[in-house]
Ligand binder design. Structure first.
Ligand SMILES: NC(=O)C1=CN([C@@H]2O[C@H](COP(=O)(O)OP(=O)(O)OC[C@H]3O[C@@H](n4cnc5c(N)ncnc54)[C@H](OP(=O)(O)O)[C@@H]3O)[C@@H](O)[C@H]2O)C=CC1
Ligand SMILES: O=C(O)C1=N[C@H](C(=O)O)C[C@H](O)C1
Length: 256
């Protein structure tokens, strides 16, 4: 939203949204439109010209893992800071993004597998708890229209848990399975088992199960509305211009 005051106009961030007609993109457009310090200058989806984003300083991407790398490249090469919620980032993709940013100093990016504050806390608590338990497994549960499995959030949680276990000197988890129907034990992400559920009626949920001697701890997060992602997205839009290079994860903007 923009007022006619020239001082305020100078402070207003010009924002573009990619995936603007998608489930999350619609919510992001509404939130940007309602923010006093932002102007929605382009809302782009399939069939629209990406050139419309040239008017933006910051572009928010909630599209699809298959197209997000091309979108990112376009933004960085056009001097626009990307804020990316789209998932599908493995180590290879992240390295490519770092190389791209290194070749374009002055352009920064925020990529976060989850912009929900409670989801980020769930990941943080799981990382903190991981070193105290023999076993950790992750169950992510999502709506059946989700393109990727496991979820970006589950993948990142597994990496954080694995890092914490390594730092604590913990070895492999106990598991005597010798006979297995493929998939029955989930996907192995950095040594952590991740199980995916796709169920009508759900939005996005995750449980981190931790087990030790005679007790277990379950950390659960539930997304009830996609509007929950927008405060985190707006925070990243406000901060991306001042954070050189790649910021991976909203936790870095939350003083965690
Ligand atoms: N980081 C976070 O906090 C969150 C991340 N996500 C992630 O965000 C992504 C999008 O999720 P969701 O909104 O549910 O998905 P949707 O499929 O509802 O929305 C994606 C939108 O992007 C459009 N699109 C596809 N390709 C392009 C392109 N090249 N240019 C512009 N628009 C394009 C799609 O069009 P069409 O349908 O015609 O293909 C669709 O309208 C997923 O990767 C999801 O995992 C989701 C929620 C939170
Ligand atoms: O596709 C979704 O819906 C979501 N995607 C993100 C992910 O893969 O982690 C974030 C949240 O889980 C919703």
């Amino acid at each position: 939203m923009v007022s006619g005051d020239p001082v305020r106009l100078a402070a207003v961030i010009r924002v573009g949204v990619l995936g603007a007609r998608g489930r999350v993109g619609v919510e992001v457009c509404k939130a940007v439109d309602a923010a006093d310090d932002m102007e929605l200058v382009a809302a782009v989806d399939v069939g629209d010209s990406i050139e419309a984003l040239s008017a933006a300083e910051v572009v928010v991407d909630f599209t699809h893992p298959d197209v997000v790398m091309d979108n990112l490249k376009w933004c960085v090469e056009h001097g626009v800071h990307p804020v990316v919620g789209t998932t599908g980032f493995d180590a290879g993709r992240l390295a490519a993004v770092r190389d791209l940013l290194a070749a374009h100093p002055g352009v920064n990016a925020v990529i976060a597998p989850n912009f929900g504050i409670a989801a980020v806390l769930m990941m943080h608590f799981a990382q903190q708890a991981a070193r105290y338990f023999d076993s950790v497994e992750i169950v992510e549960l999502h709506h059946p229209n989700k393109a990727d499995a496991p979820s970006g959030t589950a993948r990142r949680t597994a990496e954080l848990v694995a890092e914490a276990r390594r730092a604590a000197g913990l070895g492999a988890m106990p598991d005597a399975t010798t006979s297995e129907l493929p998939g029955a034990r989930g996907a192995d992400v950095d040594g952590v088992r991740v199980h995916g559920v796709r169920l009508a009626g759900l939005i996005a949920h995750q449980e981190v199960l931790l087990g030790g001697d005679g007790e277990t701890l379950t950390i659960r997060h539930d997304t009830m509305s996609r509007s929950s992602f927008t405060p985190g997205v707006l925070l990243a839009v406000r901060r991306v211009r001042d954070r050189p290079g790649l910021t991976l994860g909203l936790e870095h903007l939350l003083d965690l």
